[in-house]
Design a protein around this ligand. Structure first.
Ligand SMILES: NC(=O)c1ccc[n+]([C@@H]2O[C@H](COP(=O)([O-])OP(=O)(O)OC[C@H]3O[C@@H](n4cnc5c(N)ncnc54)[C@H](OP(=O)(O)O)[C@@H]3O)[C@@H](O)[C@H]2O)c1
Length: 205
């Protein structure tokens, strides 16, 4: 869902997008590609990683390390990986638990496993329809980014601006992913409270 939503928006704002999945001809990826025209294509995680200058990790958090590993460190070397995933474990029902927290995060795990990749954690604190259409939520509200490489964050901020984001808060290095991932239990509660995913966080100071 997140990959398809972000992929469609990226195509709309002018990029070429290859949707990766575990199999080379994933049914949903084939359908997504047909619906999104000549700038949209599909393949394996490795095909997508080799294709992109900027790679979005939109995989289930519990499987993200495996997915990025199958994408291939060499295909990702020197590139930006925007980590949108949350390390949520739904296997024991609700409420979901975080598979990593407090002293570590999924963003950091990916960065440690792939030191030559510029990991930027972004967009994971909201629903995907809000990610690509911030005006769905009235007024100003915030998207958080963090990562170790300044230029990579600037490039990701440019992409976010092209989606319509105005308030982009840079929280510093990738260890800030602990906070943006640990906000998910609150986000899930709020979704239950509002019975809708169309809300977001706003910092008032
Ligand atoms: N839903 C939202 O609005 C939202 C918002 C913020 C963040 N997120 C985060 O974004 C990520 C994607 O969420 P989603 O709702 O689109 O889908 P999802 O069902 O959590 O993830 C689907 C993706 O994960 C891959 N995957 C699943 N199991 C795998 C495994 N064992 N090994 C390798 N890859 C595996 C799938 O690969 P195949 O294509 O091969 O099946 C597919 O690419 C999650 O981490 C989620 O927490 C979601």
């Amino acid at each position: 869902m997140v990959g398809a939503t972000l992929g469609s928006k990226l195509v709309q704002v002018g990029h070429e997008v290859k949707m990766g999945s575990r199999s080379p001809d994933n049914e949903k990826a084939v359908k997504w590609s047909k619906e999104n025209g000549s700038r949209a294509s599909y393949g394996t995680f490795a095909d997508a990683a080799a294709f992109g200058d900027v790679v979005f990790n939109c995989t289930a958090g519990v499987a993200s390390l495996a997915a990025v590993t199958s994408a291939g460190g060499n295909n990702l070397k020197g590139k930006i990986l925007v980590d949108v995933a949350n390390p949520l474990d739904f296997s024991r029902g609700m409420p979901a638990t975080l598979t990593v927290c407090n002293t570590d995060s999924l963003g950091e795990q990916i960065q440690r496993a792939f030191p030559y990749v510029n990991v930027v954690k972004a967009l994971n604190t909201m629903n995907c329809v809000v990610m690509v259409n911030p005006s769905l939520v009235p007024g100003d509200h915030d998207v958080f980014i963090c990562g170790n490489d300044r230029q990579a964050k600037e490039k990701v901020a440019e992409i976010l601006k092209s989606f319509g984001w105005r308030s982009i808060i840079d929280l510093g290095d990738i260890s800030a992913a602990r906070g943006t991932e640990m906000i998910l239990p609150l986000w899930l509660r709020l979704m239950g409270h509002y019975q809708s995913p169309n809300f977001n966080f706003k910092i008032v100071r």
